[in-house]
Design a protein around this ligand. Structure first.
Ligand code: SF4
Ligand code: SF4
Length: 428
């Protein structure tokens, strides 16, 4: 699919080519086998990268309580629909400082001080050994530590207050370089809630504001508020919330709910794109749109934005996508849970006890490699295949060909990335 992206350029979603409009005839003359080859280029590169010996871990995702332990009951969440929401966390689900220490030692050769640690999976703020976990991470780093807390704020009021004190304490430690608070607020939602904790949507929004009041001017803390928008997003509220939060010292990020029932319609997506797209935005690698809010965004980019070039110049003025694929499995990321590690953020790939086995693609994990680079039939024939950012194993089980809005988003994200790149490169 060809899109006009300004500066006299067009981009194509099948091959990931970005080229001057004047070369349209050359593009149309490309033989089919060349097009098919280009559309698979990023998967070949992903395979090569997974096998590299000198690759480095850029992030470790630390699931304090295993994978599915959210006490939230938001109507549009897949966990709730699968009846997997749970307010009780069993002790054996908790990651221990001793296991974390073992994994940190096993992966030492692949880490640097810049490898950042992201706390995922229910709130680390509830973890009884959270202080020891931070100490364990510190003793395994030489110079400094960068942390991110990915959190839903599904906490009792008392725990929420505790969590603010914990963040403050960690941020005041001279060994901690930066903390990203990546909090899901879902601007525009009227049904984000936890019936177990008696928290409603308004409470979540208020907590967002309290976080900004407490940390908005702390230059070690970047606040990122994530919004998943979908069929239940109330557009009037969305506009009001975005207007209000975009004035605050925080970063706003948006992406669609990917769900059979609650995904947005294409029309809604157009409305949202029109509303946030008219402001200064950036595309993040997971296909989220980041609304640039000035100083707060600058701090975020300095600490967390990938420094990899977005495009590769093939020949004079002709570019192609330089992103391998969005998935970091076996490339730059390791996921640590209670007594197991995995190359995957979620549960698509194998689990190992030894951290190294989940980063080095060995014989044992050839099956994982196939899951990561072998595309299902519907993707092979899809117009977006050269630029799609969807998780490959998930593509096999969740066909986005049956979800027009998600296909639409993939095309939009690619078009935005090209525009952003050209604005940066050609406007200078
Ligand atoms: S396989 Fe999918 S879920 Fe797992 S790390 Fe890659 S993108 Fe994430
Ligand atoms: S996941 Fe969807 S958009 Fe991506 S390549 Fe497959 S069919 Fe196309």
């Amino acid at each position: 699919m060809i899109k006009h992206v300004g500066h006299g350029y067009v981009c194509d979603t099948k091959t990931s080519l970005l080229f001057p409009e004047t070369m349209m005839d050359d593009f149309k003359a490309l033989p089919e086998n060349k097009i098919a080859q280009m559309s698979k280029l990023r998967y070949l590169r992903k395979e090569q990268q997974m096998r590299r010996r000198d690759k480095k871990l850029t992030s470790i995702k630390l699931w304090g309580y295993g994978l599915i332990t959210c006490p939230g009951t938001c109507d549009y969440c897949y966990k709730h629909l699968e009846e997997a929401s749970n307010p009780c966390i069993a002790e054996e689900q908790q990651v221990t400082p001793a296991y974390l220490d073992k994994v940190m030692k096993e992966t030492k050769e692949f880490r640097t001080d810049d490898t950042y640690i992201s706390f995922f999976g229910s709130s680390i703020f509830n973890h009884p050994q959270r202080h020891d976990i931070i100490e364990t991470l510190k003793t395994n780093n030489d110079k400094y530590l960068t942390l991110s807390f990915v959190d839903d704020m599904m906490l009792t009021e008392e725990k929420f207050k505790d969590s603010m004190c914990f963040i403050e304490e960690v941020a005041s430690d001279p060994f901690i370089k930066t903390i990203m608070l990546y909090i899901t607020l879902d601007l525009g939602s009227t049904s984000r809630n936890s019936k177990y904790l008696s928290i409603d949507n308004e409470e979540i929004i208020q907590r967002g504001k309290r976080i900004v009041d407490r940390f908005g001017t702390n230059n070690k803390v970047c606040i990122v508020f994530k919004s998943n928008f979908g069929k239940l997003t109330n557009m009037d509220k969305f506009r009001r919330d975005v207007d209000e939060f975009s004035q605050l010292p925080c970063v706003l990020m948006f992406s669609p709910v990917s769900h059979d029932v609650y995904e947005p319609t294409v029309e809604m997506m157009d409305e949202i794109i029109a509303y946030i797209g008219e402001r200064k935005t950036h595309v993040m690698f997971r296909g989220e749109i980041l609304l640039n809010t000035g100083e707060a965004s600058k701090r975020f980019f300095e600490a967390f934005k990938s420094t990899e070039p977005q495009m590769m110049e093939l020949t004079n003025g002709v570019f192609c996508d330089n992103a391998i694929i969005t998935c970091q499995a076996y490339s730059t990321m390791l996921s640590v849970r209670n007594n197991t590690t995995s190359a995957c953020c979620y549960d698509y790939l194998s689990e190992n006890e030894n951290g190294k086995d989940s980063f080095v693609l060995s014989e044992v994990n050839e099956a994982d490699k196939d899951k990561l680079v072998t595309l299902p039939e519907h993707c092979l024939v899809c117009d977006n295949v050269g630029v799609c950012g969807q998780c490959v194993p998930r593509r096999a089980v969740y066909k986005c060909t049956e979800h027009p809005a998600l296909m639409y988003w993939e095309t939009y994200i690619w078009e935005r990335r090209c525009r952003e790149y050209l604005d940066g490169v050609l406007d200078k």
